[in-house]
Ligand binder design. Structure first.
Ligand SMILES: [Zn+2]
Length: 277
């Protein structure tokens, strides 16, 4: 059973709104890199993505890391996944399972620091991240050095039921606590997770299927960044429609996207958000 779920930021970037939202103008907004931890009574803390280890954005190379920090990315070592787990009262050694939405650099920087855990992701994502040279993968947003030594600790799923086709995902722990769904488009193997809490509520952790929740709820358009980073905008639209339908059928589900501006603002101003207590 999952007792509670914590959401927190590992970094944020100050960037023009138009990069995220269509027609958003030049006003600067704060784009968070969010991460979650579900507290499972049997399996301990279960992490959702692992954005940033102690080196922060240098996982893309020292030069790129410093360019990013000079152009608006704000990172503090205390925000990286290991200190974050400790701040929430967990020993990083107790993390046995990490559920990855996809393998873009802003979701993987902390993977190496948790190499004792099992990483769960779609086979499609793993293969896509490895199909080209490291340099080409880098141009597509993959920092392969974050996970290339972790082949022995990944569990790859294929097929994963597409949210558009199925009401039920893969029951990852056999107890109905977390379901895995295929939500491709942003990357070819992108997945989302439906988390069932002990109090009967549910969270849908949708990763980068959309950048903001308003892009799911209000049909707010995508800005330059989601449009250029996404590998298939047709695929993104299919996944978005599936998410909208799911949320219509399950209006009490709490939707989380990894870069939601409002959730980020709450985390940055008030600290980690707790669901289920
Ligand atoms: Zn992302």
């Amino acid at each position: 059973m999952i007792e509670r779920f914590w959401l927190f930021h590992c970094a944020y970037a100050r960037i023009p709104r138009s990069l995220i939202v269509e027609g958003g103008g030049w006003e600067l907004v704060t784009l968070p890199m969010l991460c979650g931890v579900a507290e499972h009574s049997e399996y301990g803390p279960i992490l959702f993505d692992a954005p940033y280890g102690h080196e922060g954005p240098s996982n893309l190379g020292a030069l790129m890391g410093s360019v990013m920090q000079r152009t608006g990315l704000v990172f503090r070592e205390r925000w990286s996944v290991v200190p974050r787990l400790e701040q929430l009262g967990h020993r990083p050694a107790d993390v046995s399972h990490i559920l990855m939405t996809h393998l873009h650099y802003d979701h993987t920087g902390g993977m190496k620091t948790l190499a004792h855990a099992q990483f769960h992701l779609s086979r499609r994502e793993w293969e896509f991240a490895h199909q080209d040279s490291a340099r080409r993968a880098g141009a597509r947003g993959y920092a392969r050095s974050d996970f290339q030594s972790l082949e022995h600790c990944v569990t790859l799923y294929e097929p994963v039921p597409h949210l558009a086709d199925s009401q039920e995902g893969i029951d990852l722990f056999g107890d109905g606590s977390i379901e895995m769904f295929f939500l491709p488009g942003h990357t070819p193997g992108h997945c989302g997770y439906r988390i069932h809490l002990g109090d009967g509520s549910a969270i849908f952790f949708a990763g980068d299927a959309a950048y903001t929740r308003a892009q799911v709820f209000d049909e707010q358009g995508f800005g330059l960044m989601p449009k250029t980073v996404g590998t298939s905008m047709g695929g993104v639209q299919v996944s978005l429609r599936a998410l909208r339908r799911h949320l219509k059928e399950h209006p009490d589900d709490v939707l989380i996207t990894s870069h939601d501006l409002q959730l980020g603002e709450r985390c940055i101003e008030d600290g980690p958000i707790c669901y289920g207590d």
